[in-house]
Write a protein that binds this ligand. Structure first.
Ligand SMILES: NC(=O)C1=CN([C@@H]2O[C@H](COP(=O)(O)OP(=O)(O)OC[C@H]3O[C@@H](n4cnc5c(N)ncnc54)[C@H](OP(=O)(O)O)[C@@H]3O)[C@@H](O)[C@H]2O)C=CC1
Ligand SMILES: O=C(O)CCC(=O)C(=O)O
Ligand SMILES: [Mg+2]
Length: 418
């Protein structure tokens, strides 16, 4: 495919996908990357350097990555004369199957809608997978951060988060209010004259495809539980339905049966013979549970907005969003990204923690089957933190730590990779 501004490396090859969604990864795959806005300029080059070092060390030159820059956000607007979201970026991410991105700015209140959400929606990357674990030595506000070891499966395509909403005072908002009042008999809109309206779509199909991935992950990783997190007591037909459909899927596809009369369910992991419990917790209570009883939770399956809140809250328990990786994926395409945003006040200062994006690259390498390189990244991060050579976010909370810049932290990881 010919691109306008994307330079396709001539010395790399495409990753391709088989009918069963397994990958064919060449020795020098072309990996698209979006640098990102704000601190993207600081963390993305460091992520690339660390990834290249891990791949080199693991495979001694037999494997390498052909990085291909693609554009979105501010850098795209400059290159594509005002187009923040170029179509060819989507084409490249689809075509090359595995890619990674830095954070992108979204204005609050007005302005354009989130480019991050748009990328997920346009490519139907319906799973947002965010692992949360503690690395030894990382400062934490809780007494036993090592008890936090969870993977969030956040539904990425539906919910109020999808941004179907109309501004207070607009003709569209008024139309919806009129429809609700006149045709649906709604009497509970407290101030109908000047009210913004948002829509929260949650479907059986959207829920089940997400919960399927979460339960399959527990099966594959030999984990004892999956927790459906929802606010179904209040939003019965959206969040409540998410919970009901989650249990239904567990029954239909994994043979789960109610435990002690329900609502919790359980089934035997066909790979290990061990029991997997499917349980549910209401979202506000879950925010308490993750602090007080984290070891009871391994896999969380939840709706889009709950997943957004839980991601940052859980990250804080293990050192903050400077070290919180993630992946957005459909069955075929995966786009890796950090949990945090553009942290604009630090942009260009070579200051922030590149750990989230580096660990996102670690997830990417594992997804590609390059396990040895992924393991080296984990060893490098553990080694640098173990030596107390860290960026400002950790240094300010640690005794006797050495403060490193963003790029120096990358070098410290590379030194540990060897
Ligand atoms: N997927 C994406 O691309 C996302 C984009 N965004 C967008 O990013 C912009 C800024 O959002 P904001 O709410 O400020 O959230 P951010 O996640 O960008 O930053 C919030 C705070 O988190 C800490 N932090 C974030 N990243 C790092 C890092 N790499 N290392 C160390 N500390 C870090 C900093 O804390 P401290 O001040 O304590 O040092 C920072 O001030 C918005 O436009 C938002 O929409 C937000 C989330 C995700
Ligand atoms: O897109 C954004 O600006 C915010 C997204 C976000 O916070 C997230 O996905 O965790
Ligand atoms: Mg978020």
């Amino acid at each position: 495919m010919g691109y306008q501004h994307i330079q396709v490396p001539t010395d790399g090859e495409k990753i391709t996908v088989n009918a069963d969604f397994s990958l064919n990864v060449p020795e020098r795959p072309i990996i698209p990357f979006i640098e990102g806005d704000g601190i993207g300029i600081d963390i993305t080059p460091v992520m690339r350097k660390v990834t290249d070092a891990a791949v080199r060390k693991a495979y001694g030159g037999a494997r390498s990555i052909a990085w291909m820059e693609v554009y979105c956000g501010e850098k795209a607007a400059e290159k594509y004369t005002g187009d923040w979201f170029p179509a060819e970026t989507l084409d490249a991410i689809r075509e090359y199957v595995v890619s990674i991105k830095g954070p992108l700015t979204t204005p609050v209140g007005g302005g354009f809608r989130s480019l991050n959400v748009a990328l997920r929606q346009e490519m139907d990357l319906y799973v947002c997978q965010r692992p949360v674990r503690w690395f030894k030595g990382v400062p934490s506000p809780v007494k036993e951060p090592g008890k936090v070891d969870m993977v969030i499966f956040r539904e990425n395509s539906e919910d109020i988060y999808a941004g179907i909403e109309w501004k207070a005072g607009s003709t569209e908002a008024q139309k919806i209010v009129d429809f609700l009042q006149k045709e649906m008999g709604v009497t509970k809109i407290r101030f109908p004259e000047n009210v913004g309206i948002g829509i929260k779509p949650v479907s059986a199909e959207g829920t089940k495809r997400l919960v399927r991935k979460a339960i399959q992950y527990a099966v594959d990783q030999d984990l004892p539980s999956v927790t459906l997190v929802h606010k179904g007591n209040i939003m019965k037909f959206t969040e409540g339905a998410f919970c009901d459909w989650g249990y239904e899927l567990a029954r239909e596809e994994f043979g789960a049966t109610p435990l002690d009369g329900g609502p919790w369910h359980a089934f035997i992991n066909p790979k290990t013979g061990k029991q997997i419990v499917i349980k549910d917790v209401i979202a506000d209570a879950m925010l308490q549970q993750i602090l007080l009883r984290p070891s009871e939770y391994q896999v969380i399956a939840t709706l889009n907005l709950n997943g957004d809140y839980l991601s940052d809250a859980l990250a804080a328990q293990v050192g903050g969003i400077g070290i919180a990786p993630g992946a957005n994926s459909s069955d075929a395409v995966a786009l890796f990204e950090a949990t945090h945003g553009t942290a604009p006040k630090y942009a260009g200062q070579d200051k922030v923690n590149p750990g989230s994006l580096i660990l996102s690259a670690e997830m990417m390498l594992r997804h590609m089957g390059w396990k040895e390189a992924a393991d080296l990244i984990i060893a490098g991060v553990e080694g640098a933190i173990g030596d107390k050579t860290v960026t400002y976010d950790f240094e300010r909370l640690m005794d006797d730590a050495k403060l490193l810049s963003c790029s120096e932290f990358g070098e410290a990881i590379i030194a540990k990779i060897g």
